[in-house]
Design a protein around this ligand. Structure first.
Ligand SMILES: Cc1cc2nc3c(=O)[nH]c(=O)nc-3n(C[C@H](O)[C@H](O)[C@H](O)COP(=O)(O)O)c2cc1C
Length: 234
C-alpha cells in the first residue's frame, strides 16, 4: 500500500495542558510508517476544513470544564453542523478522543462520551483507548499507562497549580502517544482492508431517512427465508 494515511488531531487548550496531550497524540500517530499527521487548533478549524475533510482519522481533544468539553471546542463541534454534518463529509472516518482535567475523576468520562456521541453523529468509527485499567494493584503506581483507568478514550490529569511543562505527567503523555499510534494503525488497516477487498469508501448519504441505504442492503423475503434456513441448519 503506497497511499499515505492522514491523521488530524483537533484540540482546544485554555492553559497549555491539553496542548501537551494533543502533541503527544500527534507524535504517537507519526511513529506509524506511512502516516501524515496534522495538529489543528479547534479555534482555527474554520481555516482548515479541507484538511479535516480529507483526513482518514480525526482525533479530538479538549479540557473538561464544568463537567463537559470546553466551550471553544464545543463551538468547533457546532460549526461542523453546517457542511460536514449536512453533507456527511466525515462518514466512515476513524475517530477517537481525549480530555484533560485537574481531577482524576473530575467528570471527564462525560467529555469522552460527548466526543463519542459527536463522532457517531458524523457516522465515524470510534476507536477506544485499547489499554487495561492502570494503577489498580497494591504494587502498581502512578507512572503507569492509563493510570486513571479510562477506556472510551484518553483522560489526562494535570495539577491545576502546575503549568504544561510538567503537567500532565509522563504516564499520561505516554498514554496519549499510545492512543495516537493505535488510531493511526486502525486507520491504516481500514484503508488497506478496503483496498484488499476492492471496495471504495461508501459515501455518507445526504438528506433524510427516505434516501438511506441506496445499495438496498435489506434482504428480500424469499432470500431471507432461504438464508435463515441455511443458518439454522444442522
Ligand atoms: C472553567 C473551568 C472548569 C473546570 N472544570 C473541571 C472539571 O469539571 N473537572 C476537572 O477535572 N477539571 C476541571 N477544570 C480544570 C481543567 O480541566 C484543567 O486545569 C485542565 O488541565 C485545563 O486544560 P487546559 O490547560 O488545556 O485548558 C476546570 C477548569 C476551568 C478553567
Amino acid at each position: 500500500m503506497s497511499d499515505t494515511i492522514k491523521v488530524a488531531v483537533v484540540y482546544h487548550s485554555g492553559y497549555g495542558h491539553t496542548l501537551k496531550v494533543a502533541e503527544a497524540v500527534a507524535l504517537g500517530a507519526s511513529t506509524i510508517h506511512g502516516v501524515e499527521v496534522h495538529l489543528v487548533k479547534a479555534e482555527e478549524a474554520h481555516l482548515q476544513w479541507s484538511l479535516l475533510d480529507d483526513a482518514d482519522a480525526i482525533i479530538m481533544g479538549a479540557p473538561t470544564y464544568m463537567g463537559s468539553l470546553s466551550a471553544p471546542f464545543k463551538a468547533f463541534m457546532d460549526a461542523t453542523s453546517h457542511l460536514q454534518y449536512v453533507e456527511k463529509r466525515w462518514t466512515n472516518k476513524v475517530a477517537a478522543g481525549f480530555t484533560t482535567g485537574a481531577s482524576r475523576g473530575g467528570d471527564k468520562q462525560n467529555s469522552l462520551v460527548q466526543l463519542m456521541t459527536f463522532a457517531a453523529q458524523h457516522q465515524m468509527h470510534w476507536v477506544n483507548l485499547g489499554l487495561n485499567y492502570g494503577n489498580n494493584r497494591s504494587y502498581s503506581n502512578e507512572d503507569i499507562l492509563n493510570r486513571d483507568s479510562y477506556t472510551l478514550g484518553m483522560a489526562a490529569q494535570a495539577n491545576m497549580d502546575q503549568g504544561g511543562e510538567v503537567a500532565p505527567p509522563s504516564s499520561d503523555i505516554r498514554t496519549a502517544q499510545f492512543l495516537g499510534a493505535r488510531v493511526a494503525e486502525v486507520a491504516q488497516e481500514l484503508v488497506a482492508g478496503r483496498l484488499a477487498l476492492g471496495r471504495t469508501n461508501t459515501p455518507g448519504i445526504k438528506g433524510g431517512s427516505d434516501q438511506q441505504d441506496p445499495l438496498r442492503r435489506g434482504v428480500d423475503a424469499a432470500s431471507a427465508a432461504q438464508v435463515l434456513t441455511s443458518l439454522t441448519a444442522g
